[in-house]
Design a protein around this ligand. Structure first.
Ligand SMILES: [Zn+2]
Length: 297
């Protein structure tokens, strides 16, 4: 073809090794110049991961906005039944049709909202690590990630089912977090103890809730541990209908406590408010006081 591009379509079965080898084969056979991931999280994960390993650019075209993976340089790939976070290509462009995204199930968009507001505790963790371990810190990346969370918390009442404006607010905030991660050169501005908590739940639960739902729930607890205004985070979540208790996400209370205690083992090199780990009693107290488990505030 003289103008334009020839497109090869490949439908994946999931973010797994089979889909990756199938995509790799097409990229090599067609001598592809770039990869486009179209769909929910899985096809985007496969496209950005294979684009990275083949050294070609990647364009992200999400049809749902349930987490910041649509703009990040990490891919969640299933290996042996477990999701692993792998290095991948940050998109060179994002094409998000908010009309399409607004028509995807609202639970997905509210989970995306949860992933963004968890930037709050993630940035707190980063600041703490900078002070205690001298970890590299980018003020610009931190401010951008925090601002994305603040804007969504402020606009909580405008995040509603079927409202296209909600989709572009959440997508813009996810992009803000993605740019922050690109500036930082790591997921630090958008991933702290609340993400380790969520990843731990993914490992110990047969049926985990959505990533963004778990991260936001964890964020309430981590904000409390930081001595920050955790009610601010919780109240915004309530406004948009995100679960603020373990029961609402269908998670047993004991699993919440276990996930807080075990979270630092997920990524020991990433220093957070949980330090090398907190006691089971302290974890239970934090989850109880914030109303995540039990039933009093
Ligand atoms: Zn996330």
């Amino acid at each position: 073809m003289e103008h334009g591009y020839e497109i090869s379509l490949y439908e994946i079965s999931g973010a797994n090794e089979g889909s990756i080898s199938g995509t790799n084969r097409i990229i090599k056979e067609q001598n592809a110049r770039f990869a486009i991931g179209v769909g929910g999280g899985r096809s985007i994960d496969v496209a950005k991961y294979t684009a990275f390993s083949n050294g070609i650019p990647f364009i992200s075209v999400p049809t749902a906005a349930s987490h910041d993976g649509i703009v990040s340089g990490r891919a969640s790939i299933h290996q042996g039944g477990r999701a692993k976070s792998m290095e991948a290509r940050t998109p060179i462009a994002l094409i998000a049709d908010t009309g399409v995204i607004a028509r995807s199930p609202f639970r997905l968009l509210s989970a995306g909202y949860g992933d963004v507001i968890s930037n709050y505790s993630a940035v707190k963790d980063w600041e703490l690590s900078h002070r205690l371990t001298n970890e590299h810190f980018s003020t610009y990346a931190a401010v951008l990630a925090k601002m994305s969370a603040e804007l969504l918390i402020r606009d909580a009442e405008f995040i509603k089912e079927g409202l296209e404006e909600s989709a572009w607010k959440v997508v813009k905030a996810l992009v803000g977090g993605g740019v922050a991660m690109a500036i930082a050169g790591s997921s630090r501005p958008a991933s702290g103890a609340e993400h380790m908590f969520s990843h731990t739940l993914d490992h110990i639960l047969d049926k985990p809730a959505l990533h963004g739902e778990q991260c936001a729930l964890g964020s309430i607890i981590m904000m409390y541990l930081h001595g920050e205004d955790w009610r601010f985070t919780r109240d915004a979540m309530k406004k948009i209908g995100l679960g603020t208790t373990a029961a609402e996400l269908g998670i047993p209370d004991d699993m919440i406590v276990k996930a807080i205690v075990d979270a630092p083992k997920i990524r020991p090199e990433r220093y957070t408010i949980l330090g090398p780990g907190i006691s089971e009693d302290a974890a239970r107290n934090a989850a109880t006081i914030t109303g995540v488990i039990g039933n009093y505030y």
